[in-house]
Each structure stands twice: as C-alpha cells, then as structure tokens.
Design a protein around this ligand. Structure first.
Ligand SMILES: *Cc1c(COP(=O)(O)O)cnc(C)c1O
Length: 353
C-alpha cells in the first residue's frame, strides 16, 4: 500500500463563490424531476435495504438503449464500475493497453489490482493511433470523447479495433458522450468483447449522486455482477436509484442542458482563440487549451488568485495545457475577462523588461 499512488481528484473548494471549472461538473445541475423523485424517497422505507439488483433502473436503461436488462450493469459512479472491470476482466499475462494521455484513474486501477499495462502514445494532434493497438494485449480501454483532450472518435475506427481484438475485452468510457460524441452501445450486439461505460455525473448533472453503468454482452455483465456481489451488494442506495430512474426518464431535460453546454462551448472556443489560445476540437463539456506565449501553470495560478479554478495536469506532453470545464455563460464571461487581464498584465511586464 505504501507504494500505491492514488488518483487525485480535482479540488472541491468550500467557498461557494469560487467559479469552478476544474472537474467537468454540469453547471445546470439535475432535472427538477430528479430532485422531487429523491425527496419522495426520503421516508421510513430508508430503514430497508435497497434492491441489490437495481432491477427497475436496469429495465429502464435497457429500454432506452434497446437492449435487454442482462446487458446492463450499474455501480456507485462509473469509477466503481471501472474498478470492477479492471479487477474482474483485465488481469491477464499480456498488458492492458490505453493511450498515454487518458483518464488518470486507469493506471491507478492497474497498480491497485496488479495488472500489467502499457500506454500507447496519442499522435501529435492527440488523436488515437488505432493501428498501434493491433498487438497481443490483455484488454484495451480509452474514453470517447477522450479525457482530458475532448477529442471524439469515429465509430467505424472503434468497430475495426473491436474486430482486430476479438479475444480481448475492449472498454469504451463514454463519460462525455452526450455532449456531441457517438455512442458505441449499438455495437454491443455485434461485438461480445465490448463494454461501454457511462455515468450520470457529467451530462445529467448528478456527480453527487454517484451512479454509473456498463453495457455489454450478458457474459461480461454476469462477470461484473460476481465481482460486485463479492464486494458490496448495495452500491446504489434508495435515493440514488430513485434519482437515477427519474434522470433517465427525463431525456428532454438532458437534451436541453447539453445543447446549452454545447452552445456555450462554441462561444468559449472562439473567445479563447481570440486570446491566442490553441484549442483542441472538443466534443465534451470541457476544452483543452494551450497558450502561445504564457505557461499553462502560470495562467492556472493567476486564475486561482481570482477565484477561478481550472485543471492543470503536471504530466509529460500536457504540462502546457489547461482543461477548462464549460460553465454557465456568466462564468465563462468572468473567465474570459480574467484571462484578458492576466494576459495584458504579463504582456506589460514583458515589455518592461
Ligand atoms: C468523470 C469521469 C469518470 C468518472 O465518473 P463517475 O461516474 O463520477 O465516477 C470516468 N471516466 C471519465 C473519462 C471521466 O471523465
């Protein structure tokens, strides 16, 4: 345990006045129907354990995605779903493969569960080089859209990867898919080796409720159920189940709020480009940017002094980048004003040298 390096989540400041653009939460929050469903569940029935199989939620998810309930797994946030996947399905002789720039929980789970892994470098434009994955492996995992780059992948390249790796479990982590990506859930019928992971944390504004899913062939789902039932029979409590059901049953709200995020993202991108940032094309609720003159870490500190939090990863290849969550319009206006000030100040200082 002393040798473990745990995942470090983005900071959750206590000060409510902080403009929080560092952990990709949805600024619009959950549907009002979710809140009333949770309130209705606050009653004496809380003395009883919840449904260990979360059958109602699984049926509703199956219906929405036109699959059967035995192709659905649910967990306490997709982080827990991913943990069970690594633990139960990815321990093999050959290494698990994932991009060098990926969700930083993947290597953490590998080290926790003693799983060999190798990272495959993204190309210079941070795109996935799929050919590099056609080699012996103990599983493949990546996010689509990718985190923290925001870049989306085409389904036909995922399909090709699945066909080339029919003996490996391939996991597509779709935490951000609702903001403009293409879901691979439809491919689970054709490819028994595919697991698609989703979450209510980002698109449904429910990071605080902790609900995540996996979709795939019943054999893989059954394996995950075994891991789960050897670990915690009740990963979703009664309030989480009620909230998740209501969230899935309100697609109009999801659609409306995601469209708002996408519209704000478009404006944010053009404002950032005007300020001489280079912005990677994003299909997520965040943008990944680098500035042509100023160091990312300096900008991040200067923003922090103005109570605006963004995420900087002190990691090879991306140390000059910032990940900025698409907030509400007034938050983005405050960010742009602050950046304008910061860049003008450093320009003044540099001219004075
Ligand atoms: C946020 C995120 C998760 C974790 O989501 P939870 O459901 O809140 O645990 C998983 N994968 C990626 C790529 C994420 O960005």
């Amino acid at each position: 345990m002393r040798a473990l390096t745990p995942y470090v989540p983005g900071e959750q400041p206590r000060d409510p006045d902080v403009i929080k653009l560092n952990t990709n939460e949805n600024p619009y929050g959950p549907s009002p129907k979710v809140l009333s469903a949770i309130r209705a569940e606050v009653n004496d029935a809380l003395r009883l354990y919840p449904d260990p199989n979360t059958s109602q939620l699984k049926s509703i998810l199956a219906e929405v995605h036109s699959i059967s309930p035995d192709q659905v797994f649910v967990g306490n946030g997709s982080d827990e779903v991913l943990a069970h996947i690594f633990h139960g399905l990815l321990q093999h002789d050959e290494p698990v493969l994932f991009p060098d720039i990926a969700y930083s929980f993947y290597p953490v789970y590998c080290r926790l569960y003693d799983i060999a892994y190798e990272t495959i470098p993204l190309d210079v434009k941070f795109g996935i080089n799929f050919d590099a994955y056609n080699r012996p492996n103990g599983g493949i995992i990546f996010s689509n859209p990718n985190a923290p780059t925001g870049r989306g992948l085409k389904l036909d390249s995922i399909e090709e990867l699945l066909a080339h790796n029919s003996d490996s479990v391939v996991i597509v982590d779709e935490a951000y898919v609702a903001f403009g990506g293409e879901s691979a859930i439809g491919l689970t019928e054709k490819f028994k080796n595919l697991l698609v992971v989703q979450t209510l944390s980002k698109s449904h504004g429910l990071a605080g409720l902790r609900v995540g899913f996996a979709f795939g062939h019943p054999t893989l789902i059954e394996a995950l159920e075994r891991v789960k039932n050897s670990f915690n029979s009740y990963p979703l409590d009664r309030l989480a189940i009620a909230g998740a059901v209501a969230a899935i049953q309100d697609p109009e709200y999801l659609d409306k709020t995601c469209k708002q995020v996408v519209a704000t993202r478009k404006r944010l991108v053009s404002e950032l480009e005007r300020l001489k940032f280079e912005v990677l094309p994003s299909q997520a609720n965040f943008v990944f940017v680098t500035h042509l003159r100023n160091a990312a870490e300096d900008i991040s500190h200067a923003l922090r002094d103005r109570s605006i939090f963004v995420r900087h990863f002190d990691q090879a290849r991306i140390a000059d980048y910032l990940r900025i969550t698409v907030g509400k319009d007034d938050e983005i206006n405050a960010l742009i004003n602050a950046l304008q000030e910061i860049l003008a100040e450093t320009e003044q200082r540099d001219l004075g040298k």
